[in-house]
Design a protein around this ligand. Structure first.
Ligand code: NMX
Ligand code: MLT
Length: 435
């Protein structure tokens, strides 16, 4: 057993004891009331889950095990000569709860490189889809194809004890994360580069190897990938992809099945597909105005037009955040350093100046500020990755780190099947008549 796995078990056992005593001593304590509006409106604001890997503050944004994004960029180990964090380090932080050393990160990188071989039948499954299929459809199907390798499903079939679940979920997690970049790159090269595939380079870190297999060798693109795959990894437990993975995992579906469920959620335009929608929205605006650098007045008119058509302005708003997403800010800082003259990047910045007051003036949009998806596409486009319907796959590869680290915690802590109570409007009417 690797030392990271041993350490994880040690941490999880200690946390499990603490949780047991919290439940024994304070299990009946109420933390909040639930209103009928919340029950009808997407359970917004109801605290109903424990997710150990990260916590979201409405104003400050995400913290991973207590560390903000600027802190992560400073503290996590970097690639040689690089200045962005290695996502391997974030995974270690989320799993173990401690900032990793360079040695810890190298160990994770080497483990993932060793496990990255993708069986040929997975490529056959991808090849069986029409090339026109959306990359998220191919990606989710490939994850399900990989499921035949699940150690958890096999061990469960053979009748392991509940106490051993975490160990097999951990193994599946490490193998699945190791293989995702190859699967994603295969889909990309198949769909957009005439099926001219690029073999992995086992000497590179997880992100640089992914960039290499996609066909991008520029060092600053590799840095972008390290930043991108770090900041998209986790956003506490209630977002659609994290919650779906956790929910499906709670039925003891294996990590492949659970992650595939998360990915079908990420593929929704109100969630991860918004990164694709942002670039489409900008390109449609530019095409309509016949310019690649629309003025602020033109952007304002286009936002009004979008709202009048009853559509959302993609990349803006959030169910929890009430300020600019620090993931947007991190990407903006990267763009200021690497590509401040790029017209799409400049348009993203102009939208940032123009959109918030217009959205706020509607009086109904609770958060008029940009989220993570408002910036990512412009950066990718700058480096030549122009195929926007692939963007959500990149988000998905990153999201695996958070939701699968959480799934390891779910099983190590022995969390039960998730099954909230639902009601009918008939029930509500009777309840109201009595009260
Ligand atoms: N443009 C237009 N209308 C919006 C927007 C927006 N960007 N954001 C919220 N609204 C509307 C929303 O549709 C709702 O309208 P109605 O009452 O007619 O149903 C009203 O404002 C109130 O919604 P909120 O309570 O502010 O937002 P909610 O928590 O329901 O939804 C999002 C959050 C993120 C789904 C929503 O802001 C949105 O649709 N944004 C655009 C899509 C997007 O960028 N999603 C990516 C989120 C981040 N991610 O990666 O997952
Ligand atoms: C996410 O990263 O999951 C999104 O910002 C959506 C969310 O947190 O609800």
């Amino acid at each position: 057993m690797g030392y990271v796995k041993d350490l994880f078990k040690e941490k999880a056992d200690a946390q499990g004891k603490e949780i047991k005593s919290i439940i024994e001593q304070h299990g009946n304590k109420k933390i909040e009331d639930v209103t009928l509006a919340q029950v009808y409106q997407g359970m917004r604001g109801i605290t109903g889950l424990v997710t150990e890997t990260s916590l979201l503050d409405a104003n400050e944004g995400i913290r991973f095990r207590g560390f903000s994004i600027p802190e992560l960029r400073e503290k996590l180990p970097k690639a040689e000569g690089g200045s962005e964090p290695l996502p391997e380090g974030l995974f270690y932080l989320m799993l173990i709860g401690e900032v990793p050393s360079q040695e810890n990160v190298d160990h994770i990188s080497a483990t993932w490189a060793r496990r990255s071989h993708v069986p040929n039948y997975v490529f056959d499954v991808i090849e069986s889809f029409p090339v026109s299929s959306h990359p998220m459809t191919q990606f989710t199907a490939a994850v399900l194809a990989l499921q035949t390798e699940s150690k958890f499903a096999k061990a469960y079939n053979e009748g392991i004890s509940k106490k051993e679940h975490w160990s097999y979920v951990y193994e599946d997690t490490m193998t699945l994360i190791a293989r995702l970049p190859r699967v994603a790159a295969y889909i990309y090269r198949r769909k957009y580069k005439n099926g001219e595939h690029i073999q992995p380079d086992g000497m590179l870190d997880w992100s640089a190897n992914f960039a290499h297999m996609l066909g991008y060798e520029d060092e600053s693109f590799k840095e972008l990938m390290r930043l991108y795959l770090t900041i998209h990894a986790d956003h506490e437990g209630g977002n659609v992809s994290a919650h779906a993975t956790h929910l499906v995992g709670s039925a003891l579906s294996d990590p492949y099945m659970s992650f595939a469920a998360g990915m079908t959620g990420l593929a929704g335009p109100l969630h991860g597909l918004a990164n694709q929608e942002v670039i489409r929205w900008i390109e449609e605006m530019c095409a309509e105005l016949n310019t690649d650098n629309p003025t602020k007045e033109q952007i304002a008119d286009y936002i009004h037009k979008t709202l009048t058509q009853g559509k959302v302005v993609p990349g803006y708003g959030h169910a929890v955040l009430r300020k600019t997403d620090p993931r947007f800010t991190a990407q903006m800082e990267f763009a200021k350093r690497h590509c401040p003259e790029n017209p799409t990047v400049q348009t993203v910045w102009n939208v940032y100046e123009v959109a918030p007051p217009i959205l706020e003036a509607t009086g109904k949009i609770k958060n008029p500020w940009p989220n993570v998806d408002a910036h990512s596409g412009a950066l990718l486009k700058h480096y030549g990755l122009i195929e926007e319907d692939f963007y959500t796959v990149l988000f998905g590869v990153s999201r695996a780190l958070g939701v699968l680290a959480s799934l390891c915690w779910d099983r190590a802590l022995g969390f039960p099947i998730e099954r909230p109570k639902s009601i009918t409007t008939e029930w509500v009417k009777k309840f109201l008549a009595k009260s």
